[in-house]
Ligand binder design. Structure first.
Ligand SMILES: [Fe+2]
Ligand SMILES: [Fe+2]
Length: 156
């Protein structure tokens, strides 16, 4: 299964924490690669994606703990749900079910903008407040007029 949908990095995803922003850019790159992968490449890509997601969430959890982020319970809960699906799909992909990995990449591409807007950006703002006493500085290019992720279902 290969899709004609894309998700690509856009400056509107920037939340002002360098480590998280870099991680998010990598995440989006991995998702887009999975959406267009040849089936035989999917199991290895799924493993890479699973490792990325573990490290991605661990980075955010470390920041939540280090800076005593108040809303960490629901943020971690959401990560845990996603991670459970990622591990499940990783096992399925390793057993040869590559379509489900592409479906997961699409679901994650749909999930990411909302999670980043509401949860990760709140974390970035909190860390900035704790470290610099202010809101994170986010410099977005003015040309960002494209849709944040074009993920229309092929059935639409
Ligand atoms: Fe994140
Ligand atoms: Fe997060």
């Amino acid at each position: 299964m290969n899709t004609d949908t894309h998700i690509e990095w856009d400056d509107r995803y920037l939340i002002g924490h360098r480590g998280i922003d870099d991680t998010h850019a990598e995440f989006i790159g991995l998702l887009d690669a999975m959406l267009h992968a040849a089936p035989e490449a999917v199991p290895a890509m799924m493993q890479t994606l699973a490792r990325h997601v573990e490290e991605h969430f661990a980075l955010e959890t470390r920041l939540m703990e280090q800076y005593a982020f108040p809303a960490r319970e629901c943020h971690v809960e959401e990560h845990d749900k996603v991670l459970a699906s990622v591990h499940e799909v990783n096992a399925l992909a390793a057993a040869g079910n590559t379509d489900v990995a592409v479906e997961l990449a699409q679901a994650l591409a749909d999930w990411f903008p909302g999670h980043s807007d509401y949860m990760d950006s709140a974390l970035a703002a909190w860390v900035a407040k704790k470290t610099a006493g202010g809101a994170p500085l986010v410099l977005r290019r003015m040309m960002s007029q494209t849709p944040r992720a074009s993920l229309a279902s092929p059935l639409n």
